[in-house]
Design a protein around this ligand. Structure first.
Ligand code: AMP
Length: 135
């Protein structure tokens, strides 16, 4: 059975899309730690990040960099934090989180539940800075 993230890639489940190329897809985390919290996933469905093949892995960070640069331009923050957890959804993903203090990255913090309007506006603000070939 496909993961919820594969179903998002296939358009069966809605998401706030940020960027896409032939290998990867980026979209807002539905329950972000901070507004602009984005997930980057390989289109190829693999559960554990270190089971992703090396070619795909080597391309994943450059894709994340383009997305992170766009988040940084759109969302006031000091840096974009990068982490992998993977305990909830069995489809490898990298979290990109706009942070200003260490505690912004604490996954024990309560997650946010933002309005559809805020999520739409946030995604649209980030997409403004995404290169055209990734839209
Ligand atoms: P983890 O697998 O522990 O790295 O966490 C999975 C992340 O996916 C969590 O931060 C969830 O909020 C997020 N998530 C789960 N379902 C969706 C969805 N349908 N759309 C966007 N984000 C999701």
């Amino acid at each position: 059975m496909p993961t919820i993230f594969t179903r998002i890639i296939n358009g069966e489940i809605p998401c706030y899309k940020i960027a896409e190329d032939k290998n990867f897809f980026a979209f807002l985390d539905i329950n972000p730690l901070k507004p602009g919290h984005t997930l980057v996933i390989p289109k190829k469905e693999v559960d554990y990040i270190f089971n992703v093949d090396e070619t795909t892995l080597s391309l994943m960070l450059p894709f994340c960099k383009k997305v992170a640069e766009a988040i940084k331009k759109a969302i006031p923050c000091s840096r974009i934090g990068v982490t992998v957890i993977g305990l909830e959804v069995p489809h490898a993903h990298i979290h990109l989180i706009p942070i200003s203090v260490m505690s912004d990255m604490n996954f024990a913090n309560p997650k946010l539940s933002l309005s559809r309007e805020t999520m739409t506006q946030t995604a649209s603000a980030i997409r403004t800075f995404i290169p055209n070939d990734l839209l």
